[in-house]
Design a protein around this ligand. Structure first.
Ligand SMILES: NC(=O)c1ccc[n+]([C@@H]2O[C@H](COP(=O)([O-])OP(=O)(O)OC[C@H]3O[C@@H](n4cnc5c(N)ncnc54)[C@H](OP(=O)(O)O)[C@@H]3O)[C@@H](O)[C@H]2O)c1
Length: 334
């Protein structure tokens, strides 16, 4: 039996989470029972959705309970196995929580090849955020060659992959992101056709200029005013993909909904939400395609790695401040 440190939810946040909402504990960790493995967690995926899991409201997963280890995806190494499919030393991804070690059911694991790509990439372009971009864009957005795809939070984990997949489909990609550095990266590193800095630009006007043929696919990660600006520019039969609404996640009052939704009627357009977990039966297809594009150098990703488990409460806030640059990952050890 060894000890493992874990971040637990101490109280529910109102607005942005603060240090008081968390407790760092050290607990003994047991050996795996039949069908289980013990994983030494090396990287923890920090995701905007974690904020939603802290609210005591019904959602696609139950809220994290007070006193429970914070839920999180992660990547690590099997250190003990009571399941024939996994051996000590295998690298795996799964839901391990914000902790150093986890004993988990082997059925929830995916083995990954660290020779094909470093471990953090399996939480990023080759993992959950890559798949979110893949299904949301290709299954719901369905861009055709020459069509215009606009994506918000475009320099982030999901958005940067959406833009690149849009280009691989022969579409035009326009990204909306905060600040000149992120906007330059959209064009220079990820190959977007145009970038809009929502922190300095008049977004409705910038969208009109960047999308002279209007918007065929709007992939929304942020909600709020930017969603309304995009709705106002829809093309006939446009598809609006509701992937997230990060501008609303820390609202303590009611969330702001879209005001310009009549644009859907006028343009015979659709607006569809989704959760990537509902595509679980097709993960293998996405993994194969994303892996092929990555290996061929057609998809690139950037990971923003913060070191040290104790940094978790501050690191999570980077997502809401926009100070993460790429997929935000917590490395458990310095
Ligand atoms: N539906 C699903 O299954 C699914 C799965 C994964 C993720 N998501 C959603 O996808 C979105 C992106 O997630 P991610 O993991 O790729 O995170 P990310 O984009 O890497 O990081 C979040 C980014 O959001 C932007 N942002 C923060 N507050 C904002 C605000 N008030 N207005 C506009 N932009 C703001 C910031 O970028 P700037 O510097 O550009 O402001 C920040 O860097 C989130 O909404 C998330 O909930 C959905």
């Amino acid at each position: 039996m060894s000890d493992s440190r874990a971040w637990r939810l101490a109280s529910r946040p109102v607005g942005l989470p603060t240090a008081e909402n968390w407790e760092l504990t050290t607990d003994p960790i047991g050996e795996p029972g039949e069908g289980q493995v013990r994983v030494e967690v090396e990287y923890i995926s920090l995701d905007p959705a974690m904020r939603g899991w802290l609210n005591d409201v019904p959602s696609y997963v139950p809220p994290v309970g007070i006193g429970e280890v914070m839920r999180a995806g992660g990547a690590g190494r099997v250190v003990a196995s009571s399941d024939g499919r996994y051996a000590e030393g295998d690298h795996v991804i799964g839901m391990f929580g914000v902790q150093e070690q986890a004993v988990v059911d082997a059925n929830g694991l995916t083995k990954v090849d660290v020779h094909a790509a470093p471990l953090p990439k399996w939480l990023s372009v080759l993992g959950m955020t890559g798949m979110t971009a893949y299904f949301g864009l290709l299954d719901i957005g369905r861009p055709e060659p020459g069509q215009t795809v606009v994506v918000s939070a475009a320099a982030g984990a999901v958005g940067s992959i959406v833009g690149q997949i849009a280009k691989l489909q022969g579409a035009r990609a326009v990204g909306i992101a905060g600040g000149p550095e992120k906007c330059a990266r959209l064009v220079e590193q990820y190959g977007f056709d145009a970038a809009i800095d929502y922190k300095s630009a008049d977004v409705p006007r910038a969208l009109r200029e960047a999308c002279p043929d209007r918007i065929d696919v709007y992939f929304d990660n942020v909600g709020g005013e930017i969603l309304d600006a995009a709705l106002a520019q829809l093309a006939f039969r446009a598809r609006v993909v509701i992937c997230g609404a990060i501008s609303q996640y820390n609202e303590s009052g009611p969330m702001r909904g879209p005001a310009n939704y009549m644009s859907l009627l006028v343009n015979n357009a659709s607006m569809t939400g989704y959760v990537v977990f509902h595509y679980a039966s097709r993960y293998a297809e996405a993994a194969r395609q994303l892996g092929e594009w990555y290996a061929a150098g057609k998809l690139t990703s950037r990971e923003d790695i913060v070191s040290g488990l104790e940094e978790f409460p501050d690191a999570l806030l980077k997502l809401f401040e926009g100070t993460n640059d790429g997929k935000l990952v917590l490395a458990v050890r310095e």
